[in-house]
Write a protein that binds this ligand. Structure first.
Ligand code: NAD
Length: 496
C-alpha cells in the first residue's frame, strides 16, 4: 500500500508523518513487506490531544440534529469508498475480501447510520417535581476528549465502535488503532473530514501501546479511556486510568461456550459451530471456542463439524471462493499453533486441522479438538484462532456450569428445541450476549459488552451513551419563600 505517503498520523483533519521510528508492515497473507509505517512520537500525541481538545467546545455545542446530519453524510461518504476500505482491510489483516466487503464495511456503515439516528434520541428521566416546589431534570453532557485504543482483529469496525457513540454524544476522540493494522482507521478519519466532520473531532495516532497508548491514557486532557483488546492489557489500562480517577470502558477477551443440548438440531448446530469458530479466522472475541455437547449426540456433532471444516477453502484472501484467509501475523499463527500442539501433546486429538497448510503466509486450518480436559490451557485460555474444542456433558446443570467455568463472560450460545432450556440458558449463562440456536450475529441496535474478565460497559446501541456521557442533575426551585421549609433542619427561621 502506498496510500499513506503523507504519513500514518491523522491529526486535526490532515495526515502527518509521525516523528517516531518507522516500522515495516507485512502482508500476513503473503509474508511480503507491504509498507513502512511511521510511528507517533509523544510530540505527535500532544498535537492530537490538543486538536481534539480545541474541537470539543464547538462540536459538543452542536445540536443533536446537527451532529446527526454530519453522521448521515459520513455514512454516504463511507459507502462511496466501500471498495477501497474493504481492500485495505483485507490487505492489512489477511481476512477474505468476502468478509471485508460483505461484513466489515457494511457493518461499519450501518453503525454510522444507527448513531446518526441515536444521536437525536439520547435519553434521561423525564423532569419531575421530586422535592416539592422544585423541578429536577437531567442533562446528559459530553465528557470531553476520549482516548480510544483498538485491537487488530476488525480494525475498521473497532474504529467505528470506539469513535461513533463518543462523537454522536458530542465528545472528540484520539483513536490509537493497533500498530499492525492502521490503514482503515486512518481512512475512516480521512473520510469523516471529507464528509464535513470538523477537523480535530476524530484524530488517529499510530504507534506502540507501551509508549503512545500509555501516554494517551495518562494525558491530563484526556477525560476518558475506552479500550478494546486483551484482558491483560485492559487491566493495565484500568490501573493507569485509576492513577487520576479517569473514567474507563473496557471491552476485553472472550472464550465463548457453545452448548448443544440433547434435543438440539445437530445439523444446524454443526453448521453454526463451524461458522462461529472460523469467522475472521477465529480472531473474534465472540467466536465459538468451547462446544459442550450432550454425550448422546457428541459423536454425530463432532464428525459433522470435522467434515464441514475439512471442506473449507483456506488460502488467498483475494479469491472470492476462499472461506478463510490468513491470521493477522506469523507471530500470532505460531501462538495458535503452539497452543494446539501443547493440547495434542497432553492427550487431546485434532479431529480436523491442527496444521498450517503449505502456503507462504500466516495460515492455519480450521481445527476441531476433542479429548481436552476442562481445566486445560486450550479450554481455559483465549486462542484467538480457528480452533474449536468439543467436550461431552451428561446433564443440563453440568453444561451450564462448564459454560460458566472460565474467567471470561463475553458471549455464549445454547442450541435446543426446548423453550424451557433456552430460557434457562439465557438466564444462567454469565455473558453479555447469549444466542439461542444462533451464534455470532450482532446488530447496531443491541449492546455488546462483557461480564467478568471480559470487561464492562457497552459498545453499539444507545446503551453505549452510558459510557460516553456525564449525567447532570439540575434542580430549579419554584419556591418563592426567602426561607424554605427544609432549611429549618439546618437553621430555624427566627424573627430578626
Ligand atoms: P492487545 O490487548 O494486545 O492490544 C489492543 C490495543 O492495545 C492495541 O492498540 C495495542 O497497541 C494497545 N496496547 C498494548 N499494550 C498497551 C499498553 N501497555 N498501554 C496501552 N495500550 C496498549 O489486543 P490485540 O492482540 O490487538 O487484540 C486481540 C484481543 O482483543 C483479544 O483478547 C480479543 O478478545 C480482544 N477483543 C475484544 C473485543 C470486545 O469487544 N470485547 C473485540 C475485539 C477484540
Amino acid at each position: 500500500m502506498t496510500m499513506f505517503i503523507q504519513g500514518h498520523q491523522y491529526i486535526n483533519g490532515s495526515y502527518l508523518v509521525g516523528s517516531g521510528e518507522s516500522v515495516p508492515r507485512v502482508n500476513p497473507a503473503t509474508g511480503a513487506k507491504a509498507e513502512d509505517v511511521d510511528q507517533a512520537s509523544l510530540e505527535d500525541l500532544e498535537l492530537a490531544v490538543q486538536a481534539a481538545s480545541a474541537a470539543f467546545p464547538a462540536w459538543s455545542r452542536l445540536t443533536p440534529g446537527e451532529r446527526s446530519g454530519h453522521l448521515l453524510k459520513f455514512a454516504l461518504a463511507l459507502a462511496a469508498r466501500a471498495g477501497e476500505l474493504a481492500d485495505v482491510e483485507t490487505a492489512q489483516t489477511g481476512k477474505t475480501v468476502r468478509m471485508s466487503h460483505n461484513f466489515d464495511v457494511p457493518g461499519t456503515i450501518d453503525n454510522v447510520n444507527f448513531f446518526a439516528g441515536a444521536a437525536r434520541n439520547i435519553q434521561g428521566l423525564a423532569a419531575g417535581d421530586y422535592a416539592g416546589n422544585s423541578t429536577s431534570m437531567i442533562r446528559r453532557e459530553a465528557i470531553g476528549v476520549v482516548g480510544s485504543i483498538a485491537p487488530w482483529n476488525y480494525p475498521l469496525q473497532m474504529a467505528a465502535w470506539k469513535v461513533l457513540p463518543a462523537i454522536a454524544a458530542g465528545n472528540t476522540v484520539v483513536l490509537k488503532p493497533s500498530e499492525i493494522t492502521p490503514g482503515t482507521s486512518l481512512l475512516f478519519a480521512e473520510i469523516a473530514t471529507e464528509a464535513g466532520i470538523p477537523a480535530g473531532v476524530i484524530n488517529v495516532l499510530v504507534g506502540p501501546g507501551r509508549t503512545v497508548g500509555e501516554a494517551l491514557i495518562r494525558h491530563p486532557l484526556v477525560q476518558m479511556c475506552s479500550f478494546t483488546g486483551s484482558t491483560s492489557v485492559g487491566r493495565h489500562v484500568m490501573s493507569m486510568a485509576a492513577e487520576s480517577g479517569k473514567r474507563v470502558h473496557l471491552e476485553l477477551g472472550g472464550k465463548a461456550p457453545f452448548i448443544v443440548f440433547k434435543d438440539a438440531d445437530v445439523e444446524a448446530a454443526a453448521h453454526g459451530a463451524v461458522a462461529a469458530s472460523t469467522i475472521n479466522a477465529g480472531q473474534d472475541c465472540t467466536a465459538a471456542t468451547r462446544a459442550y455437547v450432550h454425550s448422546s449426540v457428541f459423536d454425530k456433532f463432532t464428525a459433522r463439524v470435522a467434515g464441514l471444516m475439512n471442506t473449507m477453502v483456506v488460502g488467498n484472501p483475494l479469491l472470492e471462493d476462499t472461506d478463510m484467509g490468513s491470521l493477522v501475523s506469523e507471530n500470532h499463527r505460531s501462538k495458535v499453533a503452539s497452543m494446539v500442539e501443547r493440547a495434542v501433546a497432553s492427550g487431546a486429538t485434532a479431529l480436523a486441522g491442527g496444521l498450517a497448510p503449505e502456503l507462504p503466509g500466516a495460515f492455519f486450518r480450521p481445527t476441531l479438538i476433542v479429548g481436552a480436559a476442562q481445566d486445560s490451557e486450550i479450554v481455559q485460555e483465549e486462542i484467538f484462532g480457528p480452533v474449536l474444542v468439543a467436550l461431552p456433558f451428561e446433564t443440563d446443570d453440568e453444561a451450564i456450569a462448564l459454560a460458566n467455568d472460565t474467567p471470561f463472560g463475553l458471549a455464549a450460545s445454547a442450541w435446543t428445541s426446548s423453550v424451557t432450556l433456552a430460557m434457562r440458558a439465557a438466564a444462567e449463562i454469565e455473558a453479555g450476549c447469549v444466542w439461542i440456536n444462533e451464534h455470532i450475529p450482532i446488530v447496531s441496535e443491541m449492546p455488546h459488552g462483557g461480564y467478568k474478565s471480559s470487561g464492562f460497559g457497552n459498545d453499539m446501541s444507545s446503551y453505549s451513551f452510558e459510557e460516553y456521557t456525564n449525567i447532570k442533575h439540575v434542580l430549579i426551585s419554584h419556591d418563592t419563600a426567602a426561607h424554605k421549609d427544609w432549611q429549618d433542619t439546618v437553621f430555624k427561621h427566627r424573627a430578626d
